[in-house]
Design a binder for this molecule. Structure first.
Ligand code: HEC
Length: 411
């Protein structure tokens, strides 16, 4: 049991790190976008200054000037913004591996969608992340002259396609986390592979006394514009994992498409406000309307059936050896009875609990398969901690928790 605690706290620490670095990354990104759009023409500035802005914060005034391509000599101190992005991606990938790869049966694979083995699921996951970046990067390079709107439309269709395919390959949560992870990989790779290398070229030119080429700035700007419009959807995709109504209903793939538009509309409001001071009221109306569309789409429940042995191919067995050992344990029947009587009124496809329409967080505890699959989460929620049942509303006794613990230890 000691390891269980260590694991649980490592996940907590990693998530803490991930959220903090993501806040730092997105925060600085929002800051620079607002700054960039809000620059006023400089009245008496050194040559090469495109615009400037006065700001007040934390007890002092700031006077910021932006140079078009670069200043005419290399400054002594230059602050780079990159580790926010890198640490966010690295901690995110670590979380993905520990939760979705190590816990593939629980989070990534849904045999009713596609009976994948753990190895297959992880391979698909890695391919999606790599291929997502390669396709995106090629699109941007080939379409740099085509105009931002064209690139946006093609990118949007590409991401919708990926969302549709993934919701037919992974569990609902697995699909959403991968649309999010692919988007986040594109955003981090934009920083690591395009924006920062281009800035390095400009810096090298400055040091060598050459005049930097403006095209590097133009390319970096295209990528930074995409990152800007992707920030809100990417946060939605990750948060959605805690909301089964987003991830696990029939039209989840359409919700992905709507969220991409919704995020862009909200960013458009802020970008316009920063650039011109105007408030585009229509964007509020569209935001609310799109959100209601998402609510509407989520009311169509998922209709699915577990594949029978024959339909899935005779060798398919949704349980791995660990799950089978749990179900075969002598302590299983008693534990199953306890879970059915103390948990299943809420954790069922159709909960009996007053006012509950969907199983909380998508956790169902009805069949042997459900219970074996959720074993480690049952341990965390009802044995290691007393988080479940909430407020012990169903009156689970300590003796019953002990029986569940004995089953988990035995299996
Ligand atoms: C009264 C209804 C109710 C009962 C009874 C109940 N739960 Fe829950 N359960 C919830 C709710 C609500 C949540 C979502 C909590 C949240 O949003 O963080 C939840 C969440 C969970 C989760 C997911 C936690 C996570 O963050 O991944 C597990 C696992 C779980 N319950 C197990 C159990 C077990 C085991 C029992 C029986 C011992 C049980 N629950 C009894 C309502 C219930």
């Amino acid at each position: 049991m000691g390891l269980e605690y260590l694991w649980e706290w490592s996940m907590f620490a990693l998530r803490w790190l991930h959220i903090v670095t993501a806040i730092a990354w997105i925060g600085s990104s929002f800051y620079f976008i607002a700054l960039d759009l809000g620059l006023k023409t400089a009245k008496s500035a050194p040559a090469g200054v495109l615009g400037e802005e006065w700001q007040v914060h934390g007890g002092g005034f700031y006077h910021i000037q932006k140079y078009g391509v670069a200043p005419d000599h290399m400054p002594d101190d230059l602050v780079w913004f990159k580790w926010e992005a890198y640490t966010t991606w690295l901690s995110g990938f670590a979380l993905l591996s520990l939760m979705y790869y190590a816990g593939a049966h629980l989070y990534l694979i849904d045999p009713a969608v596609m009976p994948l083995s753990v190895g297959q699921a992880i391979t698909i996951s890695l391919l999606v992340l790599a291929a997502g970046w390669i396709v995106y990067d090629q699109l941007c390079k080939r379409l740099i002259e085509a105009g931002d709107t064209t690139v946006f439309i093609i990118l949007f269709l590409f991401m919708c396609g990926v969302g549709f395919v993934l919701t037919h390959v992974f569990s609902g949560r697995g699909a959403f986390i991968h649309v999010g992870a692919m988007t986040a990989t594109i955003m981090a790779a934009n920083v690591a592979m395009v924006i920062i290398p281009n800035q390095r070229i400009v810096v090298a030119d400055l040091i060598a006394g050459r005049k930097p080429d403006a095209k590097y700035g133009k390319i970096a700007k295209q990528r930074s514009l995409h990152n800007n419009y992707l920030t809100l959807p990417v946060i939605f995709f990750f948060l959605a994992n805690h909301y089964p109504l987003a991830t696990s209903t029939r039209f989840s793939w359409l919700i992905i498409a709507v969220v991409l538009v919704l995020g862009a509309v909200i960013r458009h409001y802020f970008n316009t406000k920063h650039a011109t001071g105007r408030h585009l009221v229509w964007t509020w109306v569209v935001t609310v309307a799109l959100f209601l569309v998402i609510v509407g789409l989520s009311t169509y429940p998922l209709v699915r059936t577990m594949p029978t042995q024959e339909a899935a191919g005779v060798r398919f067995d949704p349980m791995d050896s660990q799950m089978r050992a749990l179900v075969r344990s002598d302590a299983f029947p008693a534990a199953q009875n306890i879970i059915l009587s103390r948990c299943s009124m809420c954790h069922a496809a159709q909960p009996m609990w007053e006012g509950m329409v969907h199983p909380p967080l998508g956790v169902t505890l009805e069949s042997e398969y459900d219970i074996a699959r959720e074993a480690s989460r049952i341990a965390r929620q009802a044995v290691l901690s007393h988080a479940m049942p909430p407020g012990n509303v169903t009156g689970m006794t300590d003796e019953e928790r002990e029986q569940v613990r004995r089953w988990l230890a035995d299996g």
